[in-house]
Design a binder for this molecule. Structure first.
Ligand code: CP
Ligand code: NVA
Length: 333
């Protein structure tokens, strides 16, 4: 049984492999129950605060829909609508919200902020993305990998291509390490996770039996992989000026059909946390096209729209897994 009542959800390595798997299993149960029209409401009367210092489509909607499904209510606090961090300290905000709400979600830049909230809130705090980790995304990715693999997680191999120094690269590395998977970071060396993150992953791998590879070589990195994942090359909060250097360094690591073929696995699946730059469909993509001449960035439109792509299962699974986090930490046993 899962014993996570009252716990925070701040980063992957705060959990044992068993706890992390337990959350994924609970998400699968909640997903099946919802599909069958048999969902039991276990969070009636609960109130959840959602603090977003950065934009969000999936994470915000996942929390709101999951809470509503379970009978809880949410309050969305947008980047401009509260005093937090400007007129009122994180510590005071935590103590105020902790008196009104049963849990607090936070998305922003600094991991230190979500940890400070957790220290003072007196209620569970959930990390909805920081510059360092994106742990609720990892639950969704692992659920998606489980759904699209025949064997156990220890037999799953995945390669992450692109900027691996930020939340997604860091989180993939430690999550694969925690769960005993075969995880490959494929990027120029200057884009690998920082040594502290790699060391933490190696420590977790020593316990779990995970295989960790960091390589610049695409063919070596993706060979035999069951899943290929990537993320945007410029993350929220980074200045426009970095696009040129990112495009130069990371273009060879774009996920194209050639990369999928290089896995040698005809059933390889493609993952992306989204939003993705795979066509000219957005204002930002058109801006990049005008200044840098590219229509596709980290993933080709061909891959994104191909049967290999499971990105919308992954997006849906944000909701089921975030629901699992709230139920596990807040529901009466
Ligand atoms: N993947 C993800 O976190 O999406 P949002 O930024 O839309 O929440
Ligand atoms: N690395 C991206 C992930 C978005 C879900 C960002 O931080 O913007």
């Amino acid at each position: 049984a899962l014993h996570l009542a009252g716990r925070h959800f701040l980063k992957e390595l705060d959990f044992t492999a068993e706890e992390f798997r337990g959350l994924v299993a609970l998400a699968a149960e909640l997903k099946a129950a919802k599909r069958a029209g048999a969902e039991e409401r276990r969070l009636c009367g609960r109130n959840i605060a959602l603090i977003f210092e950065k934009a969000s489509t999936r994470t915000r909607c996942a929390f709101e829909v999951a809470a509503a499904d379970q009978g809880a209510s949410t309050t969305y606090i947008d980047p401009s609508g509260a005093h937090i961090g400007r007129k009122e300290s994180v510590r005071d905000t935590a103590r105020v919200l902790g008196r009104m709400f049963d849990a607090i979600e936070f998305r922003g830049d600094a991991q230190g902020t979500v940890e400070e909230l957790a220290q003072h809130a007196g209620v569970p705090v959930y990390n909805g993305l920081t510059d360092r980790w994106h742990p609720t995304q990892m639950l969704a990715d692992v659920l998606t990998m489980t759904e699209h693999s025949a064997g156990p997680l220890e037999e799953v191999s995945f390669a992450y291509l692109g900027d691996a120094r930020f939340n997604m690269g860091n989180s993939y590395l430690v999550t694969g390490a925690l769960l005993g998977m075969d995880v490959r970071i494929v990027a120029p060396e200057s884009y690998w996770p920082e040594p502290e993150v790699v060391a933490a992953a190696r420590e977790a791998a020593a316990v779990s039996g995970a295989r960790i590879t960091l390589t610049e070589d695409i063919a070596e990195g993706v060979r035999g992989a069951g899943f290929v994942a990537t993320d945007v090359w410029v993350s929220m909060g980074e200045p426009k000026e970095v696009w040129a250097e990112r495009i130069k360094a990371l273009s060879p690591y774009a996920v194209t059909m050639d990369v999928l073929r290089a896995t040698g696995n005809p059933d390889v699946r493609f993952l992306h946390c989204l939003p993705a730059f795979h066509d000219l469909g957005t204002e930002v993509a058109r801006e990049i096209h005008e200044s840098h001449g590219l229509t596709e960035l980290e993933v080709s439109d061909e891959v994104f729209e191909s049967p290999h792509s499971v990105v919308f299962d992954e997006a849906e699974n944000r909701m089921h897994t975030i629901k699992a986090v709230m139920v596990a930490t807040l529901a009466a046993p």
